[in-house]
Each structure stands twice: as C-alpha cells, then as structure tokens.
Design a protein. Structure first.
Length: 277
C-alpha cells in the first residue's frame, strides 16, 4: 500500500538525518537526550528519541523511533538502533552497530561488527534483499572501510561544535544498503518561536545528498522529488549548549514532512516544547 510505504520512509529518512548530526554531540562529557517529532501534511506521525553518552574513551549512541499510536489502526512501525566505539582526540572508530525495526509485526534489522583494520562483518534479521529484479546488487567488497550512519558524524563533530560547516563525503553501510552521504553547507536561517520546538534563533544549514551504491529497491514509490533538497538545520537551544538537529523539511507526495526538536536534556538544562508529549 503506497500510503504505508510513504509514512514509514518519512520516518526512515528522519532517523538517518538525526543520526547523522546528533552523533556530533557525543564528544560532550554529559549525557545528551533528544526527542524529535515528525509531522506529515500537518499531522503528527511519530517521534525519534536519541541518547548520546561518552565515557572513558568510548561512545554510545542509542536511537528509537516509532509511529504515533493514533495510526495503529492503519500501521505500526518501530525502530531501534545503537552504535558504539572508541573516541579520542586522534581516533574515532565504530566497533558495533545494531538496528532492528518492526513494520506491522514484520521484523528486519542487522548486526554489524567493525575490526580495527576497517573490515566489516554483518548478520541480518529478516529476509535478505537477494532478488535482483527488485533490488540493486550489493558489492560486498564495498562495505569494508565504511561506517554506520550514527558514527559517521563523529568525524566532523568538532568542526560543527566550533561553528564550522558540514562538509565531506562518507561511505556508509546499514546492513542492507551501501550508500555515500555528502554533506555541504547552506546559508544560515533564523527560526522564530514555535509551539512545536524548543529552538529559536540562528541555525546552521546542512545539505544531505545520498548516492545509492547497492541494496536499494529499483522501483521505489517514496523517492524525494528530483528537484527537492534535504536540508537539516542544526543549532544550540541554549547559550553554550550542544549543537543538535533543530528542524528539517522535505516534500513528499502526501505533503511537507517536518522535523522539530521537541525535547532537549543536557546537564542541568531540560527543555520541552509546548506540544511535546
């Protein structure tokens, strides 16, 4: 059913975008907790909760997304992910990444292990994408030296926190799909006060471009418009706080999908928007 696929993939793209930038906050010594809400055509679709913890030279990023209970009569989607690895001034290296999702009870996911030399081993949950009439081929050699989406942005985190731009191209693998993500800066924007978000003020624009390499559906009905752009806006909700995703918009066949920062907890600072659950 096309409607179901569209709703699910709005959240999937949101999880990817939040993971890409939220990981940049893992360099902080405090635990960072975020909740982002997602709206489609003005209707509340679901939320994404992310926790980032760094301790004793290691990092752990946990993310959980699910659709609103309002839509349970039509569909139910939940996804959980976790990345962990080593972090220091000289080294950022993932060691494990797990991802599991359930769409109306149908489970899919992956367990990924990374060696110190960059070799990747993985095990799937659910049916593999082996039908080459439906999916593009996956070159297994290309998955080595790649990273998971959550860990990738640790590489550019210091630049973001210092006010630098989003830049670079990174090879990513999520257990099923191999793709490159290119980040590039766009002009800053000022957001006003909103009942949907805890953020107001100047935000940095980060354009996200995805180059599909293998493991993707050949005929997908949830593609972004060819002339559309996926831009994630990042900023700190408070002076001296962490830079995190605060807003995203993208056009879909069912209206504009919007991402808002609904909750932010870091140290003694705890913020929640008026419309936060």
């Amino acid at each position: 059913m096309e409607l179901r696929v569209s709703f699910r993939n709005v959240l999937q793209i949101t999880v990817l975008a939040v993971g890409l930038i939220s990981a940049s906050s893992a360099l902080a010594s405090e635990k960072l907790e975020l909740t982002h809400t997602v709206y489609l055509g003005g209707l509340y679709v679901g939320n994404v909760k992310t926790d980032i913890i760094q301790k004793d030279g290691t990092y752990r990023i946990e993310s959980r997304a699910r659709t609103s209970e309002t839509w349970n009569w039509l569909f139910d989607w939940i996804a959980e992910g976790q990345s962990q690895g080593l972090i220091s001034a000289e080294l950022i290296r993932p060691e494990k990444h797990t991802y599991q999702s359930a769409w109306n009870g149908k489970k899919r996911g992956a367990f990924i292990d990374y060696s110190s030399s960059g070799q990747v081993e993985y095990k799937l949950i659910g049916k593999p994408n082996l039908n080459l009439e439906k999916y593009t081929p996956l070159d297994l050699a290309s998955i080595h030296q790649s990273m998971d989406p959550m860990s990738m942005m640790l590489v550019v985190s210091e630049t973001l926190q210092k006010g630098g731009p989003c830049v670079g191209t990174y090879p990513l693998f999520d257990g099923r799909r191999r793709f490159d993500v290119t980040l590039s800066p766009v002009s800053e924007i000022i957001f006003g006060r909103s009942d949907y978000s805890v953020f107001e003020g100047k935000a940095i624009g980060c354009k996200i471009e995805i180059d599909k390499k293998g493991g993707f559906k050949r005929n997908s009905n949830y593609e972004l418009p060819q002339d559309g752009e996926l831009i994630l806006w990042v900023g700190s909700p408070v002076d001296g706080g962490r830079i995190v995703p605060v807003r995203m918009e993208m056009a879909t066949s069912f209206g504009v999908a919007e991402l808002h920062l609904a909750k932010y907890s870091y140290g003694d600072t705890k913020l929640a928007s008026k419309n936060a659950e």
